[in-house]
Write a protein that binds this ligand. Sequence first.
Ligand code: CUA
Length: 369
Amino acid sequence: MRMPIFRGAKRRWGITLSVLVLASLLLAACGEGAPSILNPAGPVAAKEAGLFWFILVVATIVFVVVEFILIWSIFRFRERPNSPTPRQIHGNDKIEVAWTIAPSIFLFAVLIGTIYTMFSLNQPTGNTLNVQVVGHQWWWEFDYENAHVTTADELVVPTNTIIHLDLKSDNVIHSFWVPQLTGKTDVIPGHDNTKWFEADTPNQKYLGECAELCGLEHANMRFYVITKTPDDFQTWLTGQQQAAQNSSDPNAQAGKALFMGQGGCVGCHGIVGVNLKSFSDPLAQKLIGPNLTHFGSRRTIAGAVLTWDPSSCVVQGTGSSAQIVNEQNCGLWQWLHDPQAVKPGNDMHIPQLTDNQIALLVAYLESLT
Ligand code: CUA
């Protein structure tokens, strides 16, 4: 007997609902600007994407064959009027052997493909850059070990160079993931992991994220990998090795005084040439916030919750009359105005700053290029 799932008006609603559910499932992965593992930008991600496509092809063949046999059987052997009782059987050796061997072959193919990809992902030898990555709650620190440079939120790398990462955490488990460059590796306290990747194209910006639930702001523990040609990278690195600039702009000078004093910023943040003698100053280990020596050269703040740009943070006036024009558009103003509203639960507990104080701090931070 025919058993419709929905009847009449209910049927129309049922169909509408099904279409909506299917459409939302399909569209869920299409957020604007969301990076895709299927759009690789380096050899590691390309091999991982290749394995994905291989397994998808195998799984599609299995799906099509199984569904075809299933649907064909349903129609071919359906009950017709006056059909006799079918022949009663208890197992069929040929079919059982076939449906044991066939999946084994498919699974073996997947196993071979997976093992081959795993071995092909061993780190090759060649021109290598070592970076120590430290997962904090909830932001990423990047230490260029040999160059003695520490930065945050933005991992700047040269193209066509093996980027070797040492992954460390002194708090909870995080997971380092840059979908377009490399898969996920856990960042575990007391158990240092390593990974490597390479980027093909210079002057690109790839979103990275934490892929292991690590607390309230796990979803806001993001970062960017920024690629440069090897020459541009060397220029960038040399610039980053310098002590902080000391701008003569009176607003920046007033901001620096706030930074050192009333703002309380030096309790958590280090700036080489200000409260740190060098990037390897032992004091740096005790400061829980990102190193800000070259903050003005970065465009990402607070685990990429906010970006900012000097052109949207224009400071008007001098000294006690300094204000930011259109402050709501300035990501850095939003952050300094109320960091707990932007990213609840983060470690930045600061006194409420006036708009004038924020303008002076912004002027100072912008000058740290
Ligand atoms: Cu760190 Cu999730």
